[in-house]
Design a protein around this ligand. Structure first.
Ligand code: CAA
Length: 380
């Protein structure tokens, strides 16, 4: 594994950092407070080639690697976790499986507009009764000639309010359990597709988390992704990539909290000296800095494993578990360093603290990551 970024990756980091600082940072507070989806962000990010960072150029992407994708998500999430997750879902949960499992025609028709950012994607797996236990989903897909008829509903769908296209998982036969699950590419203007109620959340407030409802929605068989019954595997493979993105998002949030706590600790004086001169605060900063680097190494290792070995289930789960829990600890310490001011809306750290919490939940809770890690190490 490379421990230094290539010239191309360094350049990307610099470019995305500048974009994030100049374009994303100014909208972050407003997006959080209004809870509105940042409509301009995705097309602007797409202009820089960030809608499909690791997707080959022939399909509208930037043809870079998964470490580059991690750099992108970290830099954006440093200022705005909402924007980070919108980008992460499009890149890894929608473009990723289309690239891996799509036919040539599906890649041209659906992947290319998503990876170039002309369209925005969402990933519709979770249901009211199937969260951690994704294999128990109940949305039905009944074959009818050259079409499938889908009925059911999904919840907690990131970007569901604004997406143009959804990757929908439904079962062709409940008796088959996870082996009946099948994936479908569904444009959101398909008759029978309806956006349901939007969630009001603790953090990542602008990410457009919504319910999706399918009522006798007819989907041509040509829009099935992969084979009948292959959907659960497709979802799990997509989530391996997605978890790397969420780990990078957690690192971005934690880095924001760390950088701002570092400045505050040197400026704020109590008992006649800056907070940074107190050993208690120094120890907080030392832990934060060390854990951030550790999380980044785990995440880049997972990214590198994905690019070189393909299967990265263990590494992605380790990275997401550690990075998300690190973000919780780091944002908590940053808030503590800011004292009473940190608890107010005047400073960003309270937002970072709230935004970090979801990284321990979505794309598989910490408990699910531990199940995945334990299964992998026991199988060795
Ligand atoms: N890659 C490929 N195949 C995989 C796989 C992977 N990573 N993980 C499992 N599989 C295969 C297994 O090999 C097995 O194959 P066979 O049918 O051939 O036996 C099959 O899938 C079933 O595997 P398990 O028995 O391990 O499945 P399970 O029902 O016990 O579930 C689980 C495993 C890890 C708990 C899984 O259900 C899971 O990841 N749950 C969490 C769901 C989740 O992360 N949801 C997130 C929703 S999306 C989201 O959050 C997006 C957002 O908003 C940002």
């Amino acid at each position: 594994m490379r421990t230094r970024l290539s010239e191309e990756q360094e350049l990307l980091k610099e470019t995305v950092h500048q974009f994030a600082a100049e374009v994303v940072a100014p909208i972050a507070k407003e997006v959080d407070e209004s809870g509105e989806f940042p409509k301009d962000f995705f097309p602007q990010a797409a202009e820089l080639g960030l809608a499909g960072v690791a997707i080959p150029e022939q399909y509208g992407g930037s043809g870079m690697d998964t470490v580059s994708y991690c750099i992108t998500i970290e830099e954006i999430s440093r200022y705005c976790a909402t924007s980070g997750v919108i980008l992460s879902v499009n890149n890894s949960l929608v473009c990723g499986p289309l690239l891996e499992f799509g036919s040539e025609e599906q890649k041209r028709e659906y992947l290319t507009p998503l990876a170039s950012g002309k369209k925005l994607g969402c990933f519709a797996l979770t249901e009211p009764g199937a969260g951690s236990d994704a294999g128990s989903l109940r949305t039905m897909a009944r074959r009818d000639g050259d079409e499938y008829i889908l009925n059911g509903n999904k919840v907690f769908i990131t970007s569901g309010t604004d997406a143009d296209l959804a990757l929908v998982f439904a079962t062709v036969d409940l008796e088959l359990k996870h082996r009946g699950i099948t994936a479908f590419i569904v444009p959101c203007d398909t008759p029978g597709f309806r956006r349901g109620s939007k969630e009001y959340k603790l953090g990542v407030n602008g990410s457009g988390t919504t319910e999706l409802v399918f009522e006798d929605m007819r989907v041509p068989a040509a829009q099935r992704l992969g084979e009948e019954g292959e959907g659960f595997k497709i979802a799990m493979r997509a989530l391996d990539g997605g978890r790397i993105g969420i780990a990078a998002q957690a690192i971005g949030i934690a880095r924001g909290a760390f950088e701002e706590a570092l400045i505050y600790a040197q400026e704020r004086e109590q008992f006649g000296k800056p907070l940074a001169r107190f050993q208690a605060i120094q120890f907080y900063l030392a832990d934060m800095s060390t854990e951030l680097d550790a999380a980044r190494f785990l995440t880049w290792k997972a990214a590198w494993t994905k690019d070189t070995r393909g299967r990265c289930t263990l590494e992605a789960a380790q990275a997401k578990l550690f990075a998300s829990e690190m973000a919780q600890r780091t944002t908590n310490k940053a808030l503590q360093i800011h004292g009473g001011y940190g608890y107010t809306r005047e400073y960003n750290v309270e937002r970072y603290f709230r935004d970090a919490r979801i990284t321990e939940i979505y794309e598989g809770t910490s408990e699910i990551q531990k199940m995945v890690i334990a299964a992998a190490v026991l199988a060795d």
